[in-house]
Design a protein around this ligand. Structure first.
Ligand code: ATP
Length: 202
């Protein structure tokens, strides 16, 4: 099997900016968020299980998942969150495994904001953290989402702390300068990963 690099970081840390750059280097990117949305698309087994469990209120009139309804529901009922995750997580994991198996680049990248929290790091050989000081993280996220600092701070509080992530990561890029700098750091990592990929397949 090929080398898989996990790419993670907090909200607004620059995961997308980094993975977009790796994509220009022809590295196959698997995005856990995209796969998480795909498993609950209309017509999937997972969506059928969810609507059976939660009832018709969990669906929009067009048959798609009513995300805001579900979010409220699991926010108020932790045991329902656990049930939901017991159904969605294995399905997401399987899709990620299939996508990674399809990769034809020397190594692949699994991008996931909750790489450690979800246990998806078990699907990777090595983890690259895009790390950013909290003040900058808040500033960039507010700019991007046109949101206020309260909203961003609430999300930060719910996520793993910067220190915890730094302890678990193998490689760290501090994204505290401009995009050119981020890309040059990603390019250095890329060369390192190409070398590791060679050893990996031996
Ligand atoms: P999320 O988890 O919220 O999806 P993310 O980790 O994917 O976030 P990005 O969307 O890549 O983060 O970056 C957040 C915002 O900061 C974006 O608007 C991005 O263009 C900007 N940004 C990222 N890195 C830099 C940088 N080095 N200099 C300036 N702006 C940056």
């Amino acid at each position: 099997t090929r080398l898989v690099i996990g790419l993670t970081g907090g909200i607004g840390s620059g995961k997308t900016a980094a993975s977009d750059y790796f994509a220009t280097l022809n590295i196959c990117i698997v995005d856990a968020d995209i796969e998480a949305r795909a498993v609950v698309k209309a017509g999937t087994d997972t969506l059928a299980k969810i609507s059976e469990h939660f009832g018709p209120g969990s669906l929009n009139p067009d048959g798609s998942l009513n995300r805001s309804w579900l979010r409220d529901r699991i926010f108020q009922h932790p045991e329902e969150r656990r049930w939901l995750e017991s159904v969605t997580h294995p399905a997401i994991r399987q899709r990620i495994i299939d996508k990674l198996a399809d990769s034809d680049s020397p190594y692949s990248i699994l991008v996931s904001p909750l790489l450690f929290e979800s246990g998806q790091n078990q699907l990777t050989d090595r983890v690259l953290l895009i790390d950013v000081p909290e003040a900058l993280q808040i500033e960039r996220t507010m700019m991007r989402d046109q949101s206020n600092s309260e909203g961003v701070k609430a999300i930060l509080k719910a996520q793993m702390t910067r220190d915890e992530r730094r302890k678990k990561a193998d490689d760290i890029i501090v994204n505290n300068r401009d995009l050119t700098y981020l890309q040059s750091e990603c390019l250095k990592a890329h060369h390192h990963y190409l070398k590791l990929a060679e050893q990996h397949t031996k």
